[in-house]
Design a protein around this ligand. Structure first.
Ligand SMILES: [Zn+2]
Length: 306
């Protein structure tokens, strides 16, 4: 492993969206905590992403949608569906975020682990955004790596509390990408396009149920599908005190989840790119804790003690 640990981060992710359940300040808080108290603070280098180009975006999204975003021409209905106030800053952050996940994939392919302190906007579809997700950085990054012939097959392990509807729809007929989503069944989005494997958990499912399901399915998917890249969508919202989630996981359970996914990547020698995705705990501190734990757990497993 290289001496320096490159983590992707941009201060521009902290878009002002007013009084909103989505804590856009969390990215900066995670970064500050990594700088302040992690064992790895002297080795971490924060890398600023470049915005994704039109070519990158258009490998996933429709030109008409991208034009509307760039020119401030979304309709009221489209903005309503997005559930975020439209601004130029929001569009800029979304383009940067796609570039950030692309960079995390590149780092994963060279260093085995690539972490983006951002991303995971799995509700964005080719022709529209929804559920706080403007552009699907996961799909943009995977398509970019494939266009550059860096990988032929990718696996998305989507552990956000919500179903990965946009990602599922984008890759519905694409055999080169296996989409796996484990989520709360009775929650947004109510229409769930089929992933290659969907696990819809009951309300208030516990650590035990969640982890048993991961242990049952993920190794089998990997050994059958043999991906060359694992994209881990590490949502913090399965946490029991999430404002919009309805699962009942503890922080310890979420660390076990992270450890398991990382260990799969290690055991099968698959480069792993990690994106943060959702997290809306009543206490912002808890959301930051969970994302921080995901990052530090990965660093410990891949880099050992510093
Ligand atoms: Zn979510």
């Amino acid at each position: 492993m290289p001496d320096k640990i490159r983590l992707i981060y941009s201060k521009d992710y902290a878009v002002d969206i007013g009084n909103h359940v989505f804590p856009t300040a969390k990215y900066t808080l995670i970064k500050e905590r990594l700088q302040g108290r992690s064992d790895f603070k002297n080795r971490i280098e924060f890398v600023k992403p470049a915005p994704a180009t039109d070519e990158d975006i258009l490998a996933v999204h429709r030109k008409e949608y991208l034009n509307k975003l760039k020119n401030g021409k979304l309709s009221k209905e489209e903005i309503f569906k997005l559930e975020l106030p439209y601004s130029r800053e929001l569009v800029k952050a979304s383009l940067l975020c796609c570039g950030g996940t692309m960079a995390a994939v590149d780092i994963a392919l060279s260093d085995r682990l690539g972490i983006h302190i951002g991303g995971g906007f799995h509700h964005a579809f080719p022709d529209h955004g929804e559920g706080f997700c403007v552009l699907n950085d996961i799909a943009v990054a995977i398509r970019s790596a494939m266009r550059r012939r860096l990988v032929k097959k990718a696996l998305v392990v989507d552990c956000d509390l919500h179903h990965g509807n946009g990602t599922a729809a984008i890759f519905l007929e694409d055999p080169s990408v296996f989409t796996f989503s484990i989520h709360q069944e009775n929650n947004y989005p109510f229409f769930k396009p089929k992933s290659d494997l969907d696990i819809g958990l009951r309300d208030r499912a516990s650590d035990k149920e969640y982890l048993a399901s991961l242990y049952e399915h993920v190794p089998k998917i990997i050994s059958d599908f043999k991906p060359e890249l694992l994209m881990y969508v590490a949502g913090a919202d399965p946490y029991k005190e999430d404002q919009i989630g309805g699962l009942a996981m503890t922080k310890e359970g979420l660390v076990k989840r992270d450890e398991f996914i990382y260990s799969q990547a290690i055991n099968y020698s698959i480069p792993i790119a990690v994106v943060m995705a959702g997290g809306y705990a009543f206490s912002e501190e808890d959301t930051v804790d969970i994302h921080y734990n995901t990052i530090v757990t990965g660093l410990k497993l891949f880099y050992g003690k510093s």
